[in-house]
Design a protein around this ligand. Structure first.
Ligand SMILES: Nc1ncnc2c1ncn2[C@@H]1O[C@H](COP(=O)(O)OP(=O)(O)OP(=O)(O)O)[C@@H](O)[C@H]1O
Ligand SMILES: [Mg+2]
Length: 367
């Protein structure tokens, strides 16, 4: 089948899915736009998701399209009406069919990045930055070119976890300046926290006022990367949503603790990603039991296993458990993530295995 026939079969399949609210199919109802299939058999289209729409509608569309013969994958650009820039012509209350705006282009600079993943959580303090730092370090250890973006504006956490206290510098001639990422342990680092730093040149603080993340990312001289890891700020509010929207994410890793599993936060986090059609690559249960500092035997302090049960419940992969481990704190103090400084420790070994699973999942992605 050529790409034109494939495109027609995608349209036909989408026209068989009925919106439970309106009773119209996805094509007639104006939910899908700009359907195309590229040479590799990857279907691409825009999906307009209104706030009142069931969040599994996109999932259903993806499942249907991906099951078609000849289709290798689907890249769906989900548009949320409330996320449109101001001045869009009073679109509150839903866009009319046919009025879906053009997709936001992938930030220019991220064209050189093969995969972008986010590390996220429902609550703060569960070990997101620790997991993000170790994933990045483990990928770099495996020979990949890795960037790590600290998307928390309240302080450059990540550079400190890599033992870097320098500020980034600005290079290039006037008008074409670029921000040079910091580098440690083979990982290129940047933190949105630098934007708030009064010591920085205006080029770094400007994006805070307009455009924020996308503009900032375009000004960082990342160079070609195999994978960029984004350490997200905690929570599932608007800031997180617009972050997810402005980067073309391949997927998200959710970090939780045994105690947090029982709260709704992590579930809300997973749903947020599903709603904007970002694949949840899996759940990591952190602070799962304690490694005895004397005998290295695991001790179950808060209980464990909740993360796995949650993964089953939410139908997402379970990536593994990371024990509470003194090696993690020592790694933080020393500025070297534990997969590098203590790869055989309980936490180091667990994190290495988790990174391996994520690497596998990413390698299997198409599009
Ligand atoms: N498995 C672990 N064993 C021991 N200490 C840990 C472990 N995981 C995280 N920590 C420690 O817990 C603290 C919080 O971790 P981290 O900063 O990674 O959390 P976070 O989710 O990024 O927090 P925030 O929401 O503030 O960004 C850090 O001091 C970290 O060293
Ligand atoms: Mg953090």
């Amino acid at each position: 089948m050529n790409t034109d026939d494939l495109r027609r079969s995608v349209m036909a399949a989408l026209a068989k899915i009925t919106h439970p609210g309106s009773g119209l199919d996805l094509v007639a109802g104006g939910h899908v736009q700009n359907v195309a299939v590229d040479e590799d058999g990857v279907a691409r289209f825009q999906f307009l998701l209104r706030p009142e729409d069931p969040s599994d509608l996109v999932k259903e569309a993806r499942g249907t399209v991906e099951a078609l013969p000849g289709i290798k994958g689907a890249k769906i650009n989900v548009q949320l009406p409330q996320m449109q820039p101001p001045g869009g012509g009073g679109r509150r209350g839903g866009l009319k069919p046919g009025s879906v705006p053009a997709p936001t282009p992938k930030p220019g600079i991220l064209k050189n990045v093969r995969h972008v993943i986010a590390v996220s959580s429902g609550k703060g303090g569960v070990g997101k930055s620790m997991v993000a730092a170790n994933l990045a370090a483990a990928f770099a250890k495996g020979g990949q070119r890795v960037g790590l973006l600290d998307a928390d504006i309240y302080g450059p956490n990540i550079p400190l976890m890599f033992g870097v206290s320098r500020r980034p510098s600005v290079v290039g001639e006037k008008g074409k300046e670029m921000i040079e990422p910091l580098e440690a342990h083979g990982v290129r680092l940047m933190s949105l926290g630098f934007l708030l730093d009064k010591e920085q040149p205006a080029i770094m603080r400007g994006p805070l006022i307009s455009g924020v993340l996308k503009q900032f990312l375009e000004q960082v001289a990342w160079g070609p990367l195999d994978v960029m890891v984004v350490d997200m700020p905690p929570g599932t509010g608007d800031a997180q949503l617009s972050l997810v929207q402005s980067i073309d994410l391949d997927g998200a890793v959710m970090v939780t603790t045994p105690q947090e599993v029982s709260t709704g936060d992590v579930r809300r986090g997973i749903k947020m990603f599903e709603r904007v059609n970002t694949r949840v690559l899996g759940i990591v249960e952190n602070m799962s039991g304690l490694v005895c500092p004397h005998c290295s035997e695991p001790i179950d302090v808060f209980g464990s296993g909740g993360g796995e049960a949650l993964a089953t419940e939410m139908k997402v992969p379970f990536l593994g458990r990371v024990p509470l481990d003194p090696a993690v704190r020592q790694a933080g103090d020393a500025g070297t993530p534990s997969v590098l400084s203590a790869p055989t420790s309980g936490a180091g070994a667990a994190l290495d295995q988790i990174a391996e699973k994520v690497r596998h999942t990413l390698a299997a992605l198409v599009g």
